[in-house]
Design a protein around this ligand. Sequence first.
Ligand code: ATP
Ligand code: MG
Length: 138
Amino acid sequence: MLQRTFSIIKPDAVRNGYTGAILAEIDRAGFRIVAIRKQSISGPQAEGFYHVHKERPFFGDLCVFMSSGPLVLLVLEKDNAIADLRKLMGATNPANAEEGTIRKRFAGSIQENAIHGSDGEDTAAFEIGYWFAAYELI
Ligand code: ATP
Ligand code: MG
């Protein structure tokens, strides 16, 4: 079933010059880029995006990191997009990520882990709508 998911190329990966290589991996895996925007985000914008994690000990540091420099916001589409992107990303901690995954290749730590991907249909819908207006999704 054709499905959409939301992704972010995180500030560490942009800073390290991996934007093009990660986009190439996403393309090679068969995703269609529905929307794409490079921008910086504020601390409060990061806090709103990651609100489900607000009680976690890493929440503050995570929001500082996410607002530390430009990132790339993406809406991606393919069959089974949500699960397939999570598989392409690899484990949250790059030390545990499988060979060939984006986090294995491009992530430096459990926090600075190169890429975000929605973890379910409800979160994908919330995250797409948080960053993009309907008229941008073409
Ligand atoms: P994402 O939601 O970014 O796709 P994920 O679903 O693999 O990643 P989550 O558990 O949702 O992982 O955590 C969100 C983000 O918070 C992680 O991607 C990482 O940047 C950061 N994070 C998670 N766990 C830790 C931790 N123990 N220490 C520091 N940062 C963490
Ligand atoms: Mg997550």
